[in-house]
Design a protein around this ligand. Structure first.
Ligand code: SF4
Ligand code: SF4
Length: 483
């Protein structure tokens, strides 16, 4: 619905509308930011919001925006402490690992923050053949990865849906030594319901699509050409994905393109819309920041955020949507990941390459096809070792979607906290697989000590006994146990 004011038409906010400009409503966001600004020192209101947040049922975009705007040091500290506590309650000390796999960097779009834009004529353009995918996935399996996020530029001729489906099929079929990719998440351009249905039938895990920015005006400037320039088609993609049968969708914005408070409100409004219309909020939220890349200079964007604001954003997201996983990639350095993980992150990538074909062979310098510079360049073994030294349990678990725990079934288990009964033992068993098959001796020692300690944290005696038996079977060569 729209109302006319003078010559300009204003869209009305409607969380259940299927129109982008009504469920991500600019006026509602501006009113929210105004409300947050006016109340950022309103201790009584902030205390009330924190009280609500302690119920662990999340917050709406207005309340959460007040927390993000709050600058009272003691209250900000309370926000951080609550985020840490919610993370512990919902995700324990587990961190799930994944890696990106770039299939093709051919792209017809003109995104000004990405080096794969069409006008970049000097970047090496590559597209993996099925034989090359076998090599890439074999290399990823040899590192220990079980969960991938596939990435491809938008190019209807070079990367049609048939190509993506063939790649998914190839990835799932590769069994090398004890390795297997058990969950393929997909990050490709917004598409049709019919194509989403094909992806669903191919057995994908989460469909991920970053909004980049929720501000329509900025969006149109940042996407001057190509199919992605259609704000509504892009913003409504998750509704089509869900209509096509995909239960788990992953949201994200590219922080640095627009004002972070605007993006935060938009992100939460998107989550509220999915929940209101489909009964399921986003499965994950990613929080990438603009990074240096081939012909991209992050300083050219005015809205870059400091590490401190980045951490505050993560804490406020954790509080606002406690049941939604949060992902931080190797765009961020070890130091930043160190700080932010405890505030609510549930998934990180490790040992990542952001080039096409970068896992099985290093690229010559004059053939660079990277999407962005990786800040955390450690190997997967180093990342695992680091996580364990911080008392986190690295997990390679992919059990849920393979057990049919997706969409509202997953969310109800998650909201009730029951999912923990699966996550914790699955983390220990998949970590054990990693230790036996891929870890360095030092990581192996640290991991076995951690598993022994964490066994005691399985509350149910019978489940603990089953896990002990399965750990022993993993040592003897059995694989893929799960709850
Ligand atoms: S962000 Fe995606 S759509 Fe845009 S240029 Fe890069 S690969 Fe293409
Ligand atoms: S049991 Fe489900 S929610 Fe828990 S780590 Fe495994 S896949 Fe994720």
């Amino acid at each position: 619905m729209a109302i006319a004011k003078g010559k300009k038409e204003y869209k009305m906010y409607n969380v259940k509308s299927m129109k982008a400009e009504e469920f991500i409503n600019d006026k509602e966001i501006m009113d929210t930011l105004d409300y947050a600004e006016k109340n950022k020192n309103n201790i009584e209101l902030i205390d009330g919001i924190l009280e609500k947040a302690r119920l662990r049922k999340g917050l709406n975009h207005r309340d959460a925006s007040v927390l993000l705007a709050c600058e009272i040091p003691e209250k900000v500290q309370e926000i951080y402490s609550l985020a840490e506590q919610i993370k512990k309650d919902f995700y324990g000390n587990r961190i799930v690992l994944f890696a990106p796999l770039y299939l093709s960097n051919y792209c017809v779009n003109g995104c000004v923050y990405c080096p794969y834009h069409l006008k970049n004529k000097h970047i090496a353009r590559k597209k993996l053949t099925q034989e090359e995918i076998v090599k890439e996935v074999t290399a990823l399996q040899d590192m220990g990865h079980k969960r991938l996020a596939i990435e491809a530029g938008e190019d209807p001729v070079m990367n049609p849906i048939e190509y993506i489906l063939e790649c998914i099929n190839t990835i799932y079929s590769i069994k090398h030594k004890n390795g297997a990719i058990r969950r393929v998440n997909v990050n490709i351009a917004a598409t049709t319901v019919e194509n989403y249905r094909k992806l669903h039938d191919a057995g994908i895990g989460t469909y991920i699509l970053f909004q980049e920015t929720y501000n329509k005006e900025s969006y149109e400037k940042l996407h001057p050409t190509g199919p992605k320039s259609d704000y509504a088609y892009h913003t409504e993609a998750m509704d089509r994905a869900m209509e096509g049968g995909i239960d788990d969708v992953g949201l994200g914005v590219l922080f640095g393109l627009e004002l972070y408070k605007y993006e935060f409100a938009g992100l939460l409004m998107h989550a509220e819309h999915l929940e209101a219309v489909h009964g399921v909020g986003p499965h994950t939220i990613s929080v990438p920041r603009v990074k240096k890349a081939d012909d991209i200079d992050p300083d050219a964007f005015d809205n870059g955020i400091s590490d401190e604001i980045f951490c505050k954003l993560a804490a406020c997201i954790r509080i606002a949507v406690p049941y939604t996983g949060m992902i931080v990639s190797t765009r961020e350095s070890k130091e930043v990941r160190d700080k932010i993980i405890r505030l609510g992150v549930s998934q990180v990538s490790g040992g990542s390459k952001t080039s096409v074909g970068g896992y099985y062979a290093p690229e010559p310098e004059d053939e660079c096809s990277e999407q962005f510079d990786v800040s955390d360049t450690r190997t997967l073994d180093e990342v695992i070792n680091w996580l364990m030294s911080k008392e986190y349990i690295p997990s390679f678990c992919t059990a849920c979607y393979r057990e049919g725990r997706t969409g509202d079934r997953f969310m109800s288990l998650c909201k009730s906290g029951q999912i923990q009964n699966c996550c914790h033992p699955n983390a220990l068993m998949t970590l054990k697989e990693y230790l036996v098959d891929y870890a360095s001796p030092e990581t192996c020692k640290l991991g076995n000590e951690l598993i022994m300690k964490e066994l005691a944290n399985i509350p149910n005696e019978k489940v603990r006994q089953i896990v002990v038996e399965r750990l022993s079977k993993i040592e003897q060569g059995d694989r893929d146990f799960r709850f």
